[in-house]
Design a protein around this ligand. Structure first.
Ligand code: ADQ
Length: 459
């Protein structure tokens, strides 16, 4: 059996106790155990000059291999091109995307460094699986160094429409490098179609057979593989003692009111300002409901050294303060705004205590919070998922969720009202449809879809 080598910006080491970890890390670690492979990436540490020294670790049957980067690498590659150029552009925010040659140069340099460093670790029959937008050119860098192995790539964020991508000075080159891969995976058909559109109309790629594009003698198979959560583990977590305690704590503090919950990294793509405004609209339009509900927004800060993230943090604080100032009473606050992270089982209890899960990104590759919210519900008395139609998750969850347009405060207000008044039978019917999908298309299913496609490629 082939080995599997996973390459991503950051590497997640299994915890010896098997403690709380993200679903993606768990799925990739399971894949690595099955294929006896290794996981390679940046350690998260910086060093004065790049040495290429690899730090190997073996934990719970998984081998990880990490390298340190120079400070300039981190500035240009990670904070620069990845998070100030590609992330905003790929989330349709060309208004804040920064196009600087220095970033593009640093991004390529780090990808070349990764390629040089990982090259000696690759054996002839290995399969290589590259993850996400930090590493678009890595496949090409490996091919240029003579790697003939099967190489796949999965994109965790949206692929933007052709006209938006065209604003990136390196758009054509970047898209061309994707043809170094044998298989490229996306969460939804929409993201896949945007890629195809650019490749065909801007680069002249030809669709050789359904799902296979050819350009300059190289073929790439495009697959849609929506990621899921580790559903079984999440359901277990939601039944744990910690989850019960946190459920109780929330119910007690709700004091008979309905709780609406939002859980997101503090990121402008998650639509948090629009969410607060939609909720404010609801408070304006329904004075009788005011003291019957409250919104708990949990948003741990991320990417704090990037200015756009500092701005969103400041403006959300101001907005929460303004709305609370305008509507709060001595015994009720409309928004509880919390900036910290919580362990998975505590989060599961919070989700379960919420009558509404408010998941309203302006654009999101998938969105796992929507799936976690569903998995944590009480089957006999489930809450309602309000989901942005612009999240990748909407493609799988449109039947059971209430879909909303996060740009419309009025629509958001109507949807909140609808969810609060929804009869129990309808909530159960909707939840069952959602849970069927969340249980079936879990993270292991996602991983299998992708590795099957990669294995099917002729070596
Ligand atoms: P993210 O943008 O990080 O992921 P998402 O899919 O929602 O977004 O995952 C966030 C994860 O962080 C969830 O598992 C959630 O439980 C956890 N989390 C958030 N706030 C937390 C808190 N306060 N405490 C503890 N945990 C918290 C990117 C893409 C997504 C895509 C995923 C996977 O942007 O679109 O779904 O990768 O491909």
């Amino acid at each position: 059996m082939s080995r599997l080598i996973i390459i991503s910006n950051r590497v997640s080491t299994p915890s010896p106790s098997g403690g709380a970890q993200g679903g993606l890390a768990v799925a990739l670690q399971a894949a690595l155990r099955e294929y006896r492979g290794l996981w390679f990436g940046w350690s998260g540490e910086t060093t004065e000059t790049f040495t290429g020294h690899i730090n190997f670790q073996r934990e719970a049957g998984v081998t990880t291999a990490t390298v340190d980067l120079e400070e300039q690498d981190v500035d240009e590659y990670y904070n620069g091109y990845a998070n100030r150029t590609l992330w905003p552009l790929f989330h349709y925010r060309i208004d804040i995307a920064e196009y600087e040659r220095g970033f593009a140069g640093g991004y390529q340099r780090v990808n070349d460094r990764f390629a040089d460093t990982v090259l000696p670790l690759i054996e002839p029959d290995d399969m290589v699986w590259v993850q996400d937008y930090h590493m678009f050119p890595l496949g090409e860098a490996l091919r240029g160094r003579g790697v003939k192995n099967r190489i796949g790539f999965f994109l965790h964020i949206p692929w933007p429409p052709r006209r938006l991508l065209a604003t990136l000075p390196e758009a054509a080159e970047l898209t061309r490098t994707m043809f170094a891969y044998d298989v490229v995976g996306f969460h939804t058909d929409e993201w896949l179609e945007s890629f195809r559109d650019f490749a065909v109309h801007e680069l002249g790629a030809v669709e050789e057979q359904p799902g296979v594009l050819r350009l300059d003698g190289r073929c790439v198979r495009l697959v849609t593989a929506p990621i899921g959560i580790d559903t079984a583990a999440f359901v277990d977590a939601s039944r744990s003692t910690q989850a019960r305690l946190s459920y109780r704590r929330m119910r007690d503090s709700a004091d008979g009111r309905d709780m609406i919950v939002g859980v997101d990294r503090l990121d402008y793509s998650k639509g948090l300002e629009e969410r607060f405004l939609g909720y404010e609209r609801f408070l304006q339009e329904h004075p009788e409901e005011r003291k019957e509900v409250f919104l708990l927004q949990i948003a741990p800060p991320s990417r704090g050294s990037v200015e756009s993230y500092q701005r969103i943090r400041t403006s959300l604080e101001a907005l929460a303060g303004r709305i609370n100032g305008a509507y709060a009473d001595v015994d009720w606050v409309p928004i509880r705004y919390v900036n910290q992270g919580y362990p998975r089982d505590v989060l599961a209890g919070i989700y379960r205590a919420a009558r509404i899960g408010l998941v309203t990104p302006l654009r999101d590759g998938m969105n796992l919070v929507a799936k976690e919210y569903v998995a944590a519900q009480d089957p006999e008395d489930p809450g309602v998922l309000l989901l942005s139609r612009f999240a990748g998750a909407a493609a799988q969850m449109e039947v059971g969720a209430v879909l909303v347009n996060p740009y419309s405060a009025e629509e958001m207000s109507d949807a909140i009202m609808l969810a609060l008044k929804m009869p129990r039978e309808e909530r159960i019917t909707r939840w069952r449809a959602l849970m069927d999908n969340v249980a079936k298309e879990d993270v292991l299913w996602w991983r299998q879809c992708f590795t099957d496609a990669l294995e099917a490629v002729e070596a």
